[in-house]
Design a protein around this ligand. Structure first.
Ligand code: ADP
Ligand code: X2W
Length: 312
């Protein structure tokens, strides 16, 4: 009887052992996870996301969550009779819309994530980029057809102060950050794309990896014509591809590029619709999604694979 029980438990031991090289590699490292608004609409997925983040924390990593909330902002604006308009992939944010963006991100979406994480213990602390000068920005005016366009209270990040996040991490907490920035010059607050904020924070924190969860499998090679996912690409390959990308993928891939250029060893876009996609990515040799890596230096092996692990 006990021999049979041992036998049925063996695959579980195998799974745990497979995680060992990854656990060793990531121990004590900061991992920035961006949870996209579109991956956040399913209750079961949100609960699984919270489990994964807490698992990382209990396994010795230091997760930092940056969240979006595009669909939730859109719904609230509609309730208030305001339309959502995007230019250059960014929400045109009037002062009234900014109040709603701030209320939805910091007062609803962030609170919900903090609540889900804290079902597992006194771990998560919510904050916005305004707190302790974490994210400072100036007004961003994108260039559209050769002209700088005013899209309101949309921020371009000018500096990051990681002090508050690092203090929370040192205290064993999980920071949950809304992508709102304070202004250095005019006293306003700014709406920042959450992918952009996550990438800037990953670079400033010297993160081990940036994981951007979304509602597609990864970066499609020929979207929307084919569902072939690019599993790995280097910074140079991504630079060439960027002008061809559209809509929501632009800030994600620009963010991955910024993070890896800024010294983050890997940045990934993952399918947030797959339950426990974070665990699959971090602790198994069956990584999913798209991974951006630095250009290989001649004669050096590609990063991304711990000793003893298979190539992702
Ligand atoms: N090359 C591409 N590969 C994958 N998705 C793409 C691509 N180009 C554009 N997209 C679009 O980008 C979307 C993801 O961005 P977005 O809607 O902003 O997600 P999130 O709310 O997670 O930030 C996908 O659902 C898809 O419609
Ligand atoms: C300037 C700008 O566009 N900000 C975004 C911030 C939220 C976000 O990025 O949410 P997702 O990650 O769910 O898209 C917005 O207002 O929708």
């Amino acid at each position: 009887m006990s021999a049979a029980r041992k036998h049925t438990a063996l695959p579980k031991a195998q799974i745990l052992i497979e995680a060992l090289p990854w656990l060793t590699r990531h121990n004590g490292k900061v991992v920035v996870i961006k949870f996209g608004g579109n991956a956040m609409v399913d209750e079961a997925l949100k609960a699984a996301f919270a489990q994964d983040v807490v698992f990382l924390r209990q396994a010795g990593l230091k997760p930092v969550v940056v969240h979006g909330g595009g669909p939730q902002i859109k719904a609230q604006l509609a309730k208030e009779g305001l339309v959502s308009e995007f230019k250059a992939g960014l929400r045109v944010t009037t002062p009234e819309a900014m109040d709603i963006v701030r209320m939805v991100l910091a007062g609803q979406v962030q609170r919900e994530l903090v609540g889900l994480l804290n079902q597992h213990g006194p771990l998560a602390v919510g904050m916005t980029g305004e707190d302790a000068h974490t994210i400072t920005a100036t007004q961003h005016k994108p260039e559209i057809e050769g002209e700088l366009v005013d899209i309101g209270r949309v921020g371009e990040i000018t500096s990051i102060d990681t002090g508050a996040i690092e203090a929370l991490l040192a205290d064993g907490r999980i920071p949950v950050i809304s992508s709102i920035a304070r202004s250095a010059d005019d006293g306003h607050v700014y709406n920042v794309n959450a992918d952009t904020a996550a990438a800037a924070l990953a670079a400033a924190l010297g993160a081990e990896t940036l994981m951007v969860l979304t509602d597609v499998e990864g970066l499609y090679a020929d979207w929307p014509n084919s569902d072939e996912v690019i599993s790995r690409l280097t910074v140079s390959e991504l630079e060439k591809l960027l002008p061809e990308l559209s809509s929501g993928m632009v800030p994600k891939m620009e963010g991955c590029l910024h993070a890896v250029r800024g010294g983050v060893p890997t940045a990934r876009v993952l399918d947030g619709r797959v339950p426990h996609s974070i665990l699959l990515e971090i602790f198994t040799d069956q990584g999913i999604g798209t991974m951006v890596l630095p250009d290989p230096r001649p004669g050096t092996p590609r990063p991304g694979t711990p000793q003893g692990g298979a190539v992702q």
